[in-house]
Design a protein around this ligand. Structure first.
Ligand code: GLU
Length: 498
């Protein structure tokens, strides 16, 4: 069987374990059938896509050892593999759809669309574009475009009937067209939306099987229509179940670290993480829990994928990682710990922080324990402070965590400024403001300098610790909403520079 699979991550934020999970299944599927696995970067959201995020996707996949045959860095015959470099290709197909009256120019303003939406909501109808610009003549369109009027291109969707398609894991799925919006295909900035780009790219790149998250199931009717409009054969679809938190909600960083690089920096072996992801909704024919990626490739059978939401459980992952560590020979163990932390590069970042503070080598370990190891579990007692009460601690941790999540460049100066501005906006003495952060990062109120610690630990561990510190306070959903609101006000204050 000819097989070409792909993953198509968007380079926004940290490389997500969900991406690693999809990558593993697409990779194993392609390798099992002797096909190719592609990496495509979906960076059409120009406001949110960053080169740093793209680089961290590469780094994360390379660390995991999931190699791709074609992609932005390695090239390939179906390139370019970055959607931002394929604008003319999408424009050409968008025009073809317009010419065949399968898509249309839409000049509706945001105000009008909002009004229609509220009216539909009030009438308890499915919110959907009402077709206002469908009847415009070609001349009227040409005039309005020539006059520079802002516009998008939308696809035509029938009002009646239904779309039935086959999901290889779920069987036939039927969705009425009345629930499908007349999707924007080309945005006012000329960039394609996901829906146009994914169909065009999957076709032109010869993708035969699409393995992706189940959150895309409801979009399939739009894609089915586009494949029909363009007279292209539809690839086979396999919508994998989403990874879940232990409470069955969708995996979220509030409840589980989601950045792949967190697991690297915390000291997991890539083999163990891959093995664990391989157990998410799939099992080996003999049900063995410990298997290598080569064994997974050999035994891979998509029929063994189950669609019930698999729970991503930290304790189980840690157990599995322990199994891997125990299997290593002493010399492999030494090599692994060296490459993780005890290497020239990491130590030369660490030593300048401690050299001035020690009198003998035996002072080293207690100073750096939280930098080379996990910090202890926290309770509210760790945050007792002469001026900060519980709520003040919680607010500092919540706001700092949210702002650090959005910080693109993990640089000392930028983090320092962010903290200084936030302390000011919260009307706190800088020293007091820093106290809960010291505790969150090191487990104690006094430690090595905070900003050096944040840089040494890196964004993934630092963010996870500050976010995780909030758990000590059992913040309720209601309180979180209040905090989110307060954050909006503080952010407005920060951006107005006051
Ligand atoms: N950019 C989409 C995502 O990251 C790709 C979805 C797909 O595989 O079609 O979820």
């Amino acid at each position: 069987m000819n097989v070409r699979t792909r993953i198509a991550p968007s380079p926004t934020g940290d490389p997500h374990v969900g991406t690693a999970y999809m990558a593993l299944f697409n990779w194993a599927f392609a390798r099992h059938y002797g096909g190719q696995f592609l990496l495509r970067i979906e960076d059409t959201d120009t406001a949110r896509s960053t080169p740093e995020s793209e680089a961290s996707i590469f780094a994360a996949l390379q660390w995991l050892g999931l190699d791709w045959d074609e992609g932005p860095d390695v090239g390939g015959a179906a390139g370019p593999y970055r959607q931002s470099e394929r604008r003319e290709i999408y424009a050409q197909y968008a025009q073809q759809l317009v010419d065949r009256e399968q898509a249309f120019y839409c000049f509706c303003t945001k105000e009008r669309l909002d009004r229609v939406r509220s009216e539909q909501q009030a009438a308890k109808q499915t919110t959907r574009y009402d077709g206002c610009c469908l009847g415009l003549t070609a001349d009227a369109v040409a005039q309005r475009v020539a006059a520079g009027e802002e516009h998008v291109i939308r696809m035509c969707v029938p009002d009646v009937g239904e779309c039935t398609f086959e999901d290889e894991l779920r069987g036939p799925v039927t969705i009425p067209f009345s629930q499908i919006d007349m999707q924007v295909l080309v945005k006012s900035d000329g960039m394609p939306t996901y829906h146009l780009a994914v169909v065009v790219d999957d076709h032109l790149m010869g993708i035969t099987h699409i393995l992706r998250g189940e959150e895309w199931l409801n979009s399939v009717p739009k894609h089915v229509l586009l494949y029909q409009y363009l007279d292209w054969p539809m690839p086979k679809l396999l919508h994998l179940p989403l990874l879940r938190n232990p409470d069955s909600s969708k995996l979220s960083k509030r409840k589980n670290p989601t950045s792949i690089l967190y697991y690297r920096d915390e000291g997991f072996l890539p083999e163990a993480l891959l093995n664990y992801l391989g157990m998410m909704g799939w099992s080996m024919p003999d049900e063995s829990e410990i298997f290598t990626k080569a064994q997974m490739v050999k035994a891979f059978d998509e029929k063994r994928i189950s669609v019930g939401g698999p729970i991503f459980d930290q304790a189980k992952l840690a157990w599995l990682n322990g199994q891997y560590l125990r299997q290593l020979s002493a010399s492999e163990f030494i090599a692994q710990t060296q490459s993780w932390m005890f290497n020239q590069d990491r130590l030369s970042q660490l030593i300048p922080l401690v050299q001035e503070r020690v009198e003998k080598f035996s002072d080293l370990a207690p100073l750096v324990d939280y930098l080379v190891g996990a910090r202890k579990t926290l309770t509210p007692d760790n945050f007792l402070h002469k001026t900060l009460d519980r709520d003040a601690n919680v607010k500092i941790l919540h706001h700092t965590s949210a702002l650090l999540d959005d910080l693109r460049h993990w640089e000392r100066e930028a983090i320092f400024e962010l903290c200084q501005d936030l302390a000011q906006a919260l009307d706190l003495k800088f020293r007091d403001y820093l106290f809960p952060l010291f505790v969150a990062i090191s487990g104690r109120g006094v430690s090595l300098p905070l900003f050096d610690s944040l840089i040494f630990l890196g964004p993934d561990l630092s963010r996870a610790r500050i976010r995780g510190a909030l758990d000590a306070f059992s913040v309720s959903g209601k309180e979180r909403k209040r905090l989110d609101k307060s954050l909006v006000k503080v952010t407005a204050l920060l951006s107005s520079g006051q």
